[in-house]
Design a protein around this ligand. Structure first.
Ligand code: PEP
Length: 264
């Protein structure tokens, strides 16, 4: 049984006081939502105060980092190492499409980061998804050109899993996040996301085993809100969501979590 996971990616948003208020609101709500696991991913600078704030939080609420470098230390101006975050967070988002497109992160770099995360006891939330924007005429909820999906998504996952043992692969969380759906208000349909996710499970099945592929948690991300989250949770292939914009408003994010927990 795969426990549903709801991840809030705050990106480069919030002041310290916004962050504390938001985290405290989610903390209060998390108490009666224990059928889902909730992960908040604030900017790095708020990890220390929020880790203190969430010390007595319900067990189903933890923190994640939005990124990290792979080396333990060194001449890497502006970067954060796994050593610096390992006592503050349980999860780390790696390979987000914004890191791939704005910072030129390659599949090989993301693979290095995945190995580093495991070395330091962090669970990677690995993002994969079509990197191309939807053609104008195809804009709207649904699906992009099939070729984009095939060439990008499975390949990104195969590269991410290079050299990852069976024991570790089982712990990876994958987030299928098509770039055309991120921050656009044009979420994929639940059915379409489930089809792609089923193909991602086949990548795990081929490389490891069918039973492992059925144990890995795979999320959907891209314009998820409290109105559409049920559509994704309803799909047996989909184990939760990664929310960006909707995770920044306490009421909305709590509604996403409540919907996902079937508590509305
Ligand atoms: C994201 O940050 O990965 C994301 C899915 O953002 P949004 O929910 O705003 O589309």
């Amino acid at each position: 049984m795969r426990r549903p996971l709801i991840v809030g990616n705050w990106k480069m948003n919030t002041t310290l006081s916004d962050a504390v208020v938001l985290a405290n609101s989610v903390k209060r709500a998390a108490e009666d939502l224990d059928s889902v696991e909730i992960v908040l991913c604030p900017p790095f600078v708020w990890l220390v105060p929020l880790a203190e704030n969430l010390e007595n939080a319900p067990k189903n609420l933890t923190l994640g980092a939005q990124n990290m470098w792979f080396a333990d230390s060194g001449a890497m101006t502006g970067e954060i190492s796994p050593i610096m975050i390992k006592d503050l967070v349980k999860y780390v988002i790696l390979g987000h499409s914004e890191r791939r497109s704005h910072f030129g992160e390659s599949n090989a770099l993301i693979n290095d980061k995945i190995h580093a995360a495991f070395t330091h006891g962090l669970t990677p939330i690995v993002c994969v998804g079509e990197l191309k924007k939807l053609q104008e005429e195809k804009r709207g909820r649904g699906r992009p050109n099939r070729t984009d999906t095939k060439s990008d998504v499975n390949h990104q996952l195969e590269e991410a899993l290079k050299g990852v043992s069976k024991e570790k692969a089982e712990k990876i969380i994958v987030a299928y996040e098509p770039v055309w759906a991120i921050g656009t208000g044009h979420a994929a349909t639940g059915g379409y996301a489930a089809t792609v996710i089923e193909k991602l499970r086949q990548v795990f099945a081929k490389k490891y085993s069918k039973s492992l592929s059925e144990r890995v948690r795979i999320l959907y991300g891209g314009s998820v809100d409290s109105k559409n989250v049920q559509e994704f949770m309803y799909q047996p292939e989909i184990d939760g969501v990664l929310a960006g914009g909707s995770s920044l408003k306490a009421k909305e994010f709590i509604a996403v979590c409540r919907e996902a927990a079937g508590r509305q």
